[in-house]
Write a protein that binds this ligand. Structure first.
Ligand SMILES: *[C@@H]1O[C@H](CO)[C@@H](O)[C@H](O)[C@H]1NC(C)=O
Ligand SMILES: *[C@@H]1O[C@H](CO)[C@@H](O)[C@H](O)[C@H]1NC(C)=O
Ligand SMILES: *[C@@H]1O[C@H](CO)[C@@H](O)[C@H](O)[C@H]1NC(C)=O
Ligand SMILES: *[C@@H]1O[C@H](CO)[C@@H](O)[C@H](O)[C@H]1NC(C)=O
Ligand SMILES: *[C@@H]1O[C@H](CO)[C@@H](O)[C@H](O)[C@H]1NC(C)=O
Ligand SMILES: [Ca+2]
Length: 338
């Protein structure tokens, strides 16, 4: 649009200068030309000007319709893109289902051949058992046998007996958790800061019986926890549905309400609610409806931490509108012995 306008302006200015120059040039060498001749010339120039102006208007109109055509084409392309992306997502989830079946078969095969599993490094607990006792970032090796990629994890090797693989953390508050399905699937954020490890990784890590421990801190420095003796996710085809059992702790059982629900993100409303909780609460989570807990909500700093219902909430401790200062979710195999 602006380019067409500039071009029009330039052409217009050039024409005006040309015409003005024409009038002056005619006038100067013959200053005593008869008045009638002069006026005729001016009149004819005026007509020409009018003609040129209408020409320019036509040109502008044509350019405008060209632009409209282009906009329409771009919109069509975008639509095609979206359709393609939907197809890719569908193909991906089909692929991951097939992949899962193969993996489960491989896992069963691996369990039948104990020498290959006892050596394997699955998680932070395996590292702990190999005498890694310092908390920090570790790389879980790629496993050709299971077809799992190399994965960077944060291992808590010191607190609550160690051997914990951290799957989520909120502490700094700079990274947005208002992300889409793909980002929640693959993980996002910074492994030593705030992050979501990724539903696909959490799903893999919880195929062996797993314990989940949620640690919470409020804005006066008090700390509480909720532990689930059993925690697992189903695969992507089943929307990473949550299963928890055997609560213990002092923070309250505020995940129970979301037991047996699919994961939802702002672009996939899988909740059991008329509302779209992931959009309303600004984070992906296993929403039943939008209450009780959301550990992936907005990080509100001190002062605004009690005024919003879309914060990092755990109803059982501070109610619906209190946004916590720090959260950590970590997992460990049930059979782990420190
Ligand atoms: C405008 O100019 C074109 C080409 O010089 C001419 O054919 C046409 O008759 C003119 N129209 C008017 C209204 O002067
Ligand atoms: C919950 O704990 C009970 C008692 O220890 C145990 O029998 C049960 O298997 C546990 N549930 C799960 C799903 O692990
Ligand atoms: C949960 O996900 C599964 C498969 O992705 C789907 O069949 C089911 O309808 C979903 N449940 C809800 C409540 O959205
Ligand atoms: C979650 O649902 C399962 C059934 O799918 C049930 O066995 C389990 O006890 C439930 N957990 C809690 C904490 O209610
Ligand atoms: C929580 O905040 C919402 C607005 O975000 C408000 O409507 C509601 O009354 C508040 N609830 C409590 C218990 O303070
Ligand atoms: Ca809904």
């Amino acid at each position: 649009m602006s380019r067409a306008m500039i071009r029009t302006a330039v052409v217009c200015t050039a024409l005006l200068l040309f015409l003005l120059g024409h009038v002056r040039a005619d006038k100067r060498p013959a200053p005593k030309a008869p008045k009638a001749q002069c006026c005729d010339e001016v009149r004819s120039l005026k007509v020409q000007m009018a003609n040129l102006t209408s020409l320019l208007e036509d040109l502008a109109k044509k350019q405008e319709t060209d632009l409209m055509k282009m906009v329409r084409q771009v919109m069509d392309l975008e639509k095609q893109n979206q359709q393609q992306e939907a197809r890719v997502t569908e193909a991906e989830s089909k692929y991951s289902e097939i992949h899962n079946r193969v993996e489960i078969m491989q896992l069963q095969a691996a369990q039948a051949a104990p020498q290959s599993t006892s050596d394997a490094i699955y998680d932070c607990a395996s590292l702990y058992n190999r005498n890694y006792r310092i908390s920090g970032v570790y790389k879980l090796p790629k496993d050709d046998f299971l077809g799992t990629p190399e994965l960077e994890v944060y291992c808590d090797m010191e607190k609550n007996g160690g051997g914990w693989t951290v799957i989520q953390r909120r502490r700094v508050g700079l990274i947005s958790f208002d992300r889409d399905w793909k980002q929640y699937k693959n993980g996002f954020g910074s492994i030593s800061g705030d992050f979501w490890l990724g539903n696909e990784h959490i799903f893999r890590l919880t195929r062996q019986p797993t314990v989940l421990r949620i640690e919470l801190e409020d804005w006066v420095g008090k700390v509480r926890y909720a532990q689930y003796g059993f925690f697992t996710l189903s695969n992507e085809l089943n929307s990473y549905k949550l299963f928890i059992d055997n609560y213990s702790g002092d923070a309250g059982d505020s995940l129970r309400y979301h037991n047996n629900t699919n994961f939802s993100t702002k672009n996939k409303d899988n909740d059991k609610c008329v509302d779209d909780c992931a959009s309303l609460r600004k984070g992906g989570y296993w929403y039943n409806c939008c209450t009780d807990s959301n550990l992936n909500g907005v990080f509100y700093r001190y002062g605004s931490h009690t005024k919003n219902s879309d914060g990092i909430t755990w109803y059982g401790w501070h109610g619906q509108n209190y946004s916590l200062k720090r959260v950590e979710m970590k997992i460990r195999p049930q059979n782990f012995t420190p």
